[in-house]
Design a protein around this ligand. Structure first.
Ligand code: 13P
Ligand code: SF4
Length: 361
């Protein structure tokens, strides 16, 4: 075993070196867990430094990853922007595969590693590039916008990508540039329905959904309101439109996090993946979190051990077919080139409460 591979011990020196992370997450992990996490965090930091690697960590990573080893943390949009601008030689994507593919198409000369190749996404697996080619034949004059939660073959076929943080902006941009009043937004039907309520542009949608967010119902929200009167309820726009309409705030993962940190509610309820509340809690000590969350089985495949092994064993490299890279990069780059929002976009809840039809493909 090389020095790098040797697991570090939880010595008093290591405890001191990692004390700042412990201080942030001590309400989220037990002292017993911390004795296992801290040596891995120290080992990962050293390996990343030695390899000139940057670790991009999504908001749904567990707190020991998010606060312990993420060099850049945020929502899909922030991570894509960072992948485009980083000068690190290696990118380790602490997130799911579509995020790593996005990094790869934006930085094809870099080595992009994902700790677990099985970290998929129900939205990304709901549609293929061949499906998009058929949609194009059926609607040849309309722009096609793909949520960034798609594989590279889909990104290669569409006109531009979006995330939950800029979907309304991107749809309105596409309608303006193409000079049309209808835009295809795929593959998330729920995001499409939520975007349709925010804009005059008519939306054509695909029947994909997020297996984490589709499970929340408006009844869940009404019950939470009764049980926790006064709590601020925030939801991700991958939730059904009735859920968004019943909440106090809707936006991307970073928009939700920023909002809680800025407004400091006494109680908050995040209608999204479970690690969000754990990560925001570290930055919002005045807020008590009620946690009716769902776990994303894909995001939870990423662990500290997996990140350590990715750096140590140089695995698992994310490859995108050379025939797709350029076209997929164009769709993502077009999105990145739009003026960045001054703050991650929030959804207007007055509009969210008015039903608007979408046309299903
Ligand atoms: P964000 O773009 O808001 O980070 O969401 C990504 C995601 O996968 C949510 O389920
Ligand atoms: Fe995909 Fe949903 Fe998991 Fe996000 S939370 S990665 S959209 S399955």
């Amino acid at each position: 075993m090389t020095d790098d591979a040797a697991p570090l011990a939880f010595t008093p020196a290591l405890e001191r070196a990692t004390a700042a992370v412990w201080d942030r997450i001590k309400d989220e992990v037990t002292p017993l867990e911390w004795r296992l996490h801290a040596p891995l965090i120290a080992q990962i930091r050293k390996l990343a430094q030695d390899r000139g690697a940057v670790i991009l960590a999504h908001n749904y990573m567990t707190p020991e990853i998010f606060h312990g080893v993420g060099d850049v943390v945020g929502d899909s949009l922030a991570l894509a922007r960072e992948a485009a601008r980083t000068d690190a030689a290696v990118i380790v994507q602490a997130g799911v595969k579509f995020m790593a593919e996005t990094s790869k198409v934006l930085s094809p000369q870099k080595r992009v590693l994902i700790p677990n190749l099985e970290a998929g996404c129900s939205l990304a697996s709901s549609i293929t590039g061949a499906d998009v080619a058929l949609i194009r034949q059926r609607f040849p004059t309309l722009p096609i916008v793909a949520y960034v939660n798609t594989n590279a073959d889909v990104k290669a076929e569409v006109d531009i990508c979006c995330t939950s943080a800029n979907a309304v902006q991107v749809v309105e941009w596409a309608a303006r540039v193409w000079g049309v009043d209808r835009v295809i937004l795929l593959p998330d039907e729920f995001l499409a329905r939520n975007v349709a309520r925010q804009t005059e542009v008519k939306i054509i949608a695909w029947a994909g959904s997020c297996e984490v967010h589709e499970r929340f119902t408006a009844e869940d929200i009404f019950e939470l309101r009764l049980a926790y009167p006064g709590a601020q309820i925030l939801a991700h726009p991958e939730c059904p439109a009735e859920v968004i309409a019943a909440c106090d705030f809707a936006g991307s993962t970073t928009a939700m996090s920023d909002h809680v940190i800025a407004t400091k509610p006494r109680q908050a309820i995040l209608i999204t993946e479970c690690s969000m509340a754990a990560n925001v809690a570290a930055e919002a000590p005045a807020t008590q979190f009620v946690r009716p969350c769902n776990l994303c089985p894909h995001m939870k495949k990423i662990t500290l051990e997996g990140i350590r092994d990715a750096l140590l064993l140089d695995q698992f490299e994310v490859a995108v077919e050379s025939t797709l890279i350029e076209r997929a990069a164009r769709s993502v780059q077009r999105m990145i080139d739009l003026p960045p929002p001054t703050q991650p976009a929030r959804y207007d809840l007055v509009k969210a409460r008015h039903h608007v039809d979408v046309e299903m493909i």
